[in-house]
Design a protein around this ligand. Structure first.
Ligand code: PMP
Ligand code: GLN
Length: 385
């Protein structure tokens, strides 16, 4: 029954592993959602919005106070100016912002450059748009870029490059020099960048998130996408946004108006209210708490015998399990659930060009309470060599 375009993509690995974890009563370090609540102040904002009658369709491009607050926040953080009414659009999460980008910008046969491993919705949405993917493989454990090889992914048909930094699932934070290299290729090949920056506030060990839109010459060809999901621990609210020059935003809006039209008004209002105050202390604490969680899980994984790549950003750790068991990532993820009651993501589904690269790796999410991670660490001892 499923269309030819979507049939190859099957069921997302996030739903598959979360169900498997639930079936076996395992600690779920697979799907990236926090097992703790968002700041109560934001929840109260939503209640106030609901009770004060903000329950009808919002403005399609975004609830006015939210786009105004976003424009202000982006300017404060990155010194990038976006007009709240023509250069911002609020979507149903970063996922819909990416989908609207593909659908609004791409024609059948256009090519899109992706870094793999990728977030799984990108190739599926590019396929819905009839576009063709070209893939550059980031290799464990340092995920460095050979720009000569990267350039081979470009052709006369390249329309878009998708950049996700900080990067899920590797935890890589692209450096200024790497962003400049990517920017140079995109200018040379007249390519638009869709920059998924949902983990913009989650960086560690002095790594700094640099939006590619801030590289000279790039603002005009970049759509930057972010979301409240990771920053405010609100993955269930699905409030995301895209910022960019008016012409590109008009293309995103052309799709967004027909996909969802608008995003839930009270949730937009609640995010607007929190963004109206200074959150620098909140962002600092968020990073500090995630650093503690990251280090706890890294230590447990190393002691178990995994080879890990230390993530400079996001809330994921990619780990090589070859010293522990001779099998592929899917078999290992199932073994881990059965043996230790810990669920992780087998990442080979995040590769198109070279899935073998993901077959010796698993991805653990550390967006969980310290108690949850400590329990997982204890369970992992069942695996130790
Ligand atoms: N992009 C990346 C890189 C992600 O990891 C995720 C997962 N949460 C999303 C987008 C989806 O964000 P949202 O929930 O806002 O749709
Ligand atoms: N972004 C989260 C992850 O990578 C969740 C994605 C999802 O459930 N679709 O785990």
């Amino acid at each position: 029954m499923v269309s030819k375009k979507l049939a190859p993509f099957g069921t997302t690995i996030f739903s598959e592993m979360t169900s498997y974890a639930q079936e076996h009563g395992a600690i779920n370090l697979s799907q990236g959602f926090p097992d703790f609540d968002a700041p109560s102040e934001i929840l109260e904002n939503a209640v106030r919005a609901l009770r004060s009658g903000q329950n009808q369709y919002a403005r399609s491009m975004g609830y006015q106070p939210l786009v105004e607050a976003l424009s202000e926040k982006i300017q404060q953080h990155y010194k990038l100016k976006y007009d709240p009414y023509t250069e911002l659009v609020v979507c149903s999460g970063a996922t819909e912002a990416m989908a609207s980008t593909f659908l609004g910008l791409l024609n059948p046969g256009d090519e899109v450059v992706f870094f793999e491993p990728y977030y799984d919705s990108y190739p599926a949405c590019a396929a819905i748009a009839g576009a063709v993917g070209r893939y550059y493989t980031l290799r464990f454990p340092d995920f460095s870029i050979d720009f000569k090889e990267l350039e081979k992914c470009f052709s006369r048909r390249t329309r878009l490059l998708v950049l996700n930094t900080p990067h899920n699932p590797t935890g890589k934070v692209f450096t200024q020099a790497e962003l400049e290299g990517i920017a140079a290729l995109c200018e040379k090949h007249d390519t638009v960048v869709a920059a998924d920056e949902v983990y913009e506030h989650l960086t560690y060990d002095g790594a700094k998130h640099v939006p590619i839109a801030s590289i000279p010459g790039m603002r005009e060809r970049t759509l930057t996408i972010s979301s409240a999901a990771k920053t405010f621990s609100l993955t269930g609210w699905k409030v995301g946004w895209a910022s960019g020059p008016a012409q590109l935003i008009a293309a995103v809006q052309a799709a967004h108006q027909f996909l969802t039209f608008a995003v839930a008004t009270p949730f937009q209002a609640a995010i607007a209210m929190v963004l109206q105050s200074d959150n620098s202390e909140y962002y600092r604490k968020l990073r500090e708490q995630y650093l503690e969680r990251r280090d706890l899980l890294l230590k447990a994984l190393k002691e178990t015998g995994f080879r890990v790549s230390v993530p400079a950003g996001t809330y994921y750790i990619l780990a090589d399990f070859t010293r522990l068991l001779d099998c592929d990532d899917r078999a290992f993820a199932r073994y881990l659930v059965k043996q230790c009651k810990v669920a992780a993501i087998p990442p080979s589904v995040f590769y198109t060009r070279d899935p073998s690269e993901g077959k010796r790796l698993v991805r653990f999410a550390f967006c969980k309470k310290i108690e949850t991670l400590s329990e997982a660490a204890l369970n992992l001892k069942n695996l130790a060599v």
